[in-house]
Design a protein around this ligand. Structure first.
Ligand code: FAD
Length: 465
């Protein structure tokens, strides 16, 4: 014990192949800046791990010195779980490698890789992984929470394609968890977040996907009642080839949007079609978007899958203020639509939004207890995001998000996707996210991390007694 000081830091520097970055180092401020600029924390050091040996040495160092450890994958967590004031961040971002075996149809991915690296490496073989909708999100945090995006209805959650994970446990032991090896740990990793160890490598089964049909339909916000009433019936009945997430937005001031709608509050569906892209077929499939109300804008185009995966990167770059909350829905009630209408009209800033991501289709065909993900009966995973570049608007976006979430929650299933939980929502909220799986997760936590060494996360304390 003794924490981090000049002497212990020097020891860590000697032990690692990767660099150790501490206050006073020229790249300290850049290293501690993460995607959400609302998070301004000052860790005592960053251990930038280049391999499993570095990960094991960093864990041993944190155990010896008693310094609190956080783990960083892609740095996209809304509540900034990868940074602890005066703590040590085990930074996996140098471990960003991807190896695709096209013959076997699998990919091995370093624990610090971003989605874009995997999409790029797999695409050349006509393969892809169902994951999230931004290329800069970390494979690590996204996968450990579950992972949903444009291919969820077709190929399931990201965890449904996970075959194995290399993990360094709290006592430094290295294990490869899979269905046949340490199956309890493998079960917990598929949805239980970063509670159980540091994943240094993920092995995924890939799927055939090359170009997809992309669509964006935008309606004026005053048609939200008709649009959501139509969407709640249409989407769950649609074939798995069609994914469409619902969004509230303020139309950005530039192409492809026509000038008259720039800056207007609207509602939208972002489509991804994995069916036949023969001439005219995509337009025909998405012509249904005229059914609820005349769109203000409707766009369709075939696109390489990595193109869709990075389509929003420029709209919400790193460095904005974020405050978010989530919720699961198995239906969208009239009362919920009223709440969406009220807060859609009151969006406080141009970047603020609410998304309803489908988590049905193939994701429903995995058994309710097969993974730690506890909402196989949910049809949508919602995120409410208060977002703005200006730190002076932090209170404004926070208040809108909290009020919206408070009014919406009574119409939800209870919990939220663990990766959309906000800061300090409390243990009850984490428990409601895992429902009937919580006790099993707490028991597995006791086996693999009895001292709750990995606690800078949406924490599941070890079971007692
Ligand atoms: P980090 O902040 O680095 O880590 C988050 C948590 O995961 C921490 O507790 C960390 O300790 C742990 N962790 C990360 N990597 C590892 C590892 N290798 N081993 C052990 N623990 C690890 N989610 C979706 O499912 N679908 C989406 O479409 C989607 N879109 C998003 C878009 C944006 C703009 C943002 C900001 C987030 C989005 N998310 C989405 C949520 C995202 O899944 C979570 O924020 C996730 O935690 C990010 O993982 P990360 O590795 O980038 O984050």
């Amino acid at each position: 014990m003794g924490g981090i000081n000049g002497t212990t830091l020097e020891r860590l520097r000697e032990e690692l192949r990767g660099p150790v970055i501490a206050p006073g180092d020229p790249d300290y401020d850049e290293t501690r800046s993460i995607y959400n600029a609302m998070i301004d924390r000052r860790p005592a050091a960053f251990a930038r791990c280049v391999d499993v040996a570095d990960v094991r040495a960093t864990i041993a160092f944190a155990q010896d010195t008693g310094v609190e450890l956080a783990v960083r994958g892609g740095g996209h967590s809304g509540p900034g779980l990868c940074l602890v004031d005066d703590g040590l961040t085990l930074d996996l971002s140098p471990m960003d490698w991807v190896r695709v075996d096209p013959g076997a149809g699998i990919a091995q991915v370093g624990g610090g890789a971003q989605l874009g690296a995997l999409d790029h490496a797999a695409h050349t073989f006509g393969l892809g992984l169902p994951s999230g909708i931004m290329s800069t999100t970390g494979v690590g945090g996204l996968t450990l929470g579950g992972g949903h995006g444009h291919l969820t209805r077709k190929y399931g959650l990201t965890i449904d394609s996970l075959l194995a994970a290399d993990v360094v446990l709290a006592d430094g032991t290295f294990v490869t968890a899979s269905e046949t090896n340490q199956p309890d740990l493998f079960w917990a990793l598929r949805g239980g977040g970063g509670n159980f160890g540091v994943v240094t490598s993920f092995t995924f089964r890939l799927h055939a996907v090359h170009s997809v049909g992309v669509g964006l339909t935008v309606w004026p916000i005053d048609r939200i009642q008709e649009v959501l009433r139509w969407y709640r019936e249409f989407l769950p009945a649609a074939p798995d080839d069609l994914n469409g997430f619902f969004a509230l937005l303020t139309v950005p001031p530039g192409p492809p949007f026509p000038e008259p709608i720039h800056g207007q509050k609207m509602c939208a569906v972002v489509w991804c079609y994995t069916g036949d892209l023969e001439e005219g077929r995509l337009e025909e499939v998405l012509s249904v978007a005229n059914d609820p109300a005349p769109p203000a804008f409707h766009f369709t185009a075939p696109m390489p899958y990595p193109g869709l995966q990075s389509m929003f990167d420029g709209l919400i770059p790193k460095g904005l203020q974020w405050y978010w909350r989530g919720a699961f829905f198995d239906s969208i009630s009239d009362a919920a639509i009223d709440v969406h209408e009220r807060y859609g009209n009151a969006m406080p800033t141009d970047s603020s939004t609410m998304h309803l991501y489908p988590v049905d289709g193939a994701a429903h065909r995995v058994g309710a207890d097969d993974t730690a993900w506890a909402y196989r009966d949910a049809v949508w995973s919602a995120v409410i995001g208060g977002i703005d570049p200006d730190p002076d608007n932090a209170d404004l976006i926070r208040q809108w998000c909290v009020d919206y979430s408070t009014d919406l929650n009574p119409h939800s299933m209870g919990g939220a996707y663990v990766n959309f939980l906000g800061a300090k929502e409390g243990t009850e909220r984490v428990a409601s996210t895992y429902r009937g799986h919580y006790d099993r997760l707490a028991a597995i936590k006791r086996t693999y991390d009895p001292e709750n060494f990995f606690r800078a996360n949406q924490n599941i304390p070890p079971a007692t007694g």
